[in-house]
Write a protein of this length. Sequence first.
Length: 383
Amino acid sequence: MKKNLLYIIILAALVLAACAPAAPAVDEPAPVSPSGEEPAGEEMSDRCGDKSKLAEEIFLYNWSEYIDPDIMDQFEEECGVKVVETNFDSNETLLATLQAGGADYDIIIPSDYMVSTLIDEGMVMELDYSVIPNIANMDATNVNQYFDPEQKYTVPWFWGTSGFGVDTNVVDEFSPSWSMMFDPNSPYCGQISMLDDQRETLGAALMYLGYSINDVDPAHLEEAKNLLIEQAKCVKAYDSQTNDDLLVSGETVLGHMWTGDALLAGDPETGGKDGVVYVIPDEGCTIWQDNMMIPIGAPNPYTAMVFMNYTQYPEIAAQNAEWVGYATPNEAAKEFIDPEMLANEGVYPSPEVEARLQWIEDVGDALTLYDRIWTEFKAAAGS
């Protein structure tokens, strides 16, 4: 059970009364008791950092269903800090919220290409990895990536791919190709969903057409737009948050989605159903990595970094990975993950499959072109 907040405050007061004054700077030693010994007890758990510096709550801006709620409860029980979560549905929504001077968030979880934009715009702070020593648990392939080459701003969260889910209870024959999603004469017209995500959905169309997911040729983007407009008559929903639910309910039988959503949809133990499988198309699909960052002006940066570190203890990272269904960048956590999940190539692709995957990258000034193409498509599709 969660500890009562009043109990925590009283307990903290008693501990502080027996100790020297609160610790000063983050890089100075923790306070000691008059006897010269560090206070003992669970309240001084090193998983919580310096408790004298912790805020009562932090604000997390996250994708939907992207953290095990028990982990937030555990952090509150162990460290006395409540995690208040708000969700966004696309990287562009996240960016717009920050640009508009929205709520003061302590932690945001943008994807790779958006990390580059946030850094270039000066919207995020450098991290103090002395507060986040569990960064050492990361697989070497998930750090110093192109979007944060010096690893100054990010803590990897999850990574995965963006293919499509298939309800094989209905679709008994299918090919591992984007043609399943873009066939204008599909027998499943009206039972298809696409991500409501500018770069992902335009990227899928570009790959189907044989172009790079980061193509900036106006003619190629026009071609992708027209393909999406033609496809729209068969699309039931553009949805980045409940597309797995649409598959489970039978409202759709084909869904463009992220790895974990498809796996959840196919797992009866998490509310899914048997027969839903995840497909990485032969033409390739997106490979992505989401990352924890702290916005400039965050009200509680120290506590945010403590939480970042807390989520990357191997057992906790494994717990989170099994709940969300995505690949963890935390190499040390794999010891605690179900071997069946580790062997699933939809989650951890083989080198042969990885060779077909593409990272979404910052397209610079061409973003204006992407915005226009996407707006014109949405208007023509009536969505």
